[in-house]
Design a protein around this ligand. Structure first.
Ligand SMILES: [Zn+2]
Length: 46
């Protein structure tokens, strides 16, 4: 997942709630490491 391709709200929510499996979480975790905007979104839905 590239920096300019943000995961959508549903993916963010599933990631934050742990509903995604490890394999699907990994690219999102990688994106979050680089994208402060999406990190804020994760904190918002947590
Ligand atoms: Zn992002």
């Amino acid at each position: 997942m590239r920096l300019n391709h943000h995961p959508n709200d549903e993916l963010i929510f599933d990631y934050a709630s742990g509903a995604l499996g490890e394999a699907r979480s990994l690219p999102i975790a990688t994106h979050l490491a680089l994208c402060s905007e999406c990190r804020r979104e994760v904190h918002r839905v947590e």
